[in-house]
Design a binder for this molecule. Structure first.
Ligand code: AKB
Length: 337
């Protein structure tokens, strides 16, 4: 069987590790990985080749490969990006631009569209104040695209770049016989929670951090207010969504950027769930004004009806199933509680 050649950037990150495992489980892929770090033991055996280093300076090397699919996950997340803004721009935008150029070139050269899967984020949205956030409820993809963070600006702009290279690059669509363009597909992810890994540098991190701390019997001071509400998703659902969107026939897709949704809850509700599962957990609230401001600008919930209609998206884990069937059984095994 011919294998599809896949590149996963940011392979050592949370989504990267879970995606490499998901691709290996499905089979039929030759997986090349890249990251600043060496691969963790858990996925080392699943990558055919790992290229370690800064993506921005490595992209030239990837012109020697012919990838059918690129999962471009490498990014500096929202809290970290707000501290080192120009460096975040370099990682988030320059890296993406270079990979898009590579994928566009290869698509045209071989007359076969390279699929380019891009994890965007709820950070692409931005509300001026809490009243607007509460009033908006479930936002659609094209509403409130007014990010407050460098990371959100980077994600929104890279979505636009992906569309540009897929549709208009060189204005070649105006040729009588236009060349094959690349096939860009993006998902705006909510906060993600894995039972196996912890995020770093994000602002939705308080959710997973609180749960992992409670499971280990460690104190946790949550950096946002109790009433703070955004949407979250189990990591297996995030991987399911990426794989579903990768396989969806292009003709079924009415857009290039999709919201996906699973459940929304407040930081206080996270605490209640954590206390129910781990009664001794010590969780306090000590809001950090900058990080609070970031989460306050993100939607409480997103409307994912387009993803549901176009490629059959449906999460496996609602809030109850997330805790009872995924997170708690796995985390208890992990921390032996
Ligand atoms: C972050 O907090 O920066 C990310 C995200 C929501 O994209 N987890």
């Amino acid at each position: 069987m011919t294998q599809q050649a896949v590149l996963v950037t940011g392979a050592c990150g949370e989504i990267g590790q879970a995606l490499v495992q998901g691709l290996a489980k499905e089979g039929g892929y030759r997986i090349v990985t890249t990251d600043l770090m060496p691969l963790p033991e858990t996925i080392k055996g699943l990558s055919a080749e790992h290229i370690q280093g800064d993506l921005v300076y490595r992209v030239k090397q990837f012109y020697d490969y012919d990838f059918d699919i690129i999962f471009h996950l490498a990014a500096s997340l929202s809290s970290k990006a707000e501290i080192a803004t120009e460096e975040a721009h370099r990682i988030n935008v320059d890296g993406t631009l270079q990979l898009l150029m590579l994928a566009a070139y290869k698509s045209e050269k071989y007359g076969k569209a390279v699929k380019f899967l891009f994890p965007s984020s709820i950070a692409a949205y931005g509300f001026p104040n809490l009243e607007a956030k509460h009033a908006a409820g479930r936002v659609k993809e094209d509403e409130w695209n007014l990010p407050h963070t460098m990371y959100g600006c980077n994600k929104l702009y890279c979505e636009k770049l992906g569309m540009y290279y897929s549709l208009y690059y060189g204005q070649k669509h105006l040729d009588p016989h236009p060349p094959v363009m690349l096939d860009f597909r993006a998902i705006r992810f909510p906060g993600l929670i894995s039972a196996y890994t912890l995020p770093s540098g994000g602002t939705s991190d308080y959710g997973p951090e609180m749960l992992h701390a409670a499971a280990q019997g460690k104190d946790y001071a949550c950096f946002v207010r109790e009433d703070t509400k955004i949407s979250f998703m189990a990591m297996p659902d995030a991987i399911k969504a990426l794989l579903m969107l990768t396989k969806a026939p292009r003709r079924q897709l009415s857009r290039m950027v999709y919201n996906i949704d699973a459940f929304s809850l407040t930081a206080g509700e996270f605490r209640e769930r954590a206390l129910k599962a781990f009664p001794g957990a010590r969780i306090t609230f000590e809001p950090n004004p900058r990080r609070q401001g970031i989460v306050d600008s993100w939607p409480e919930d997103v409307d994912d009806s387009q993803a549901r209609a176009d490629w059959g998206w449906k999460p496996d884990y609602d809030i109850d199933r997330f805790f009872e069937e995924y997170f708690l059984p796995e985390i208890r095994k992990r921390y032996k509680k």
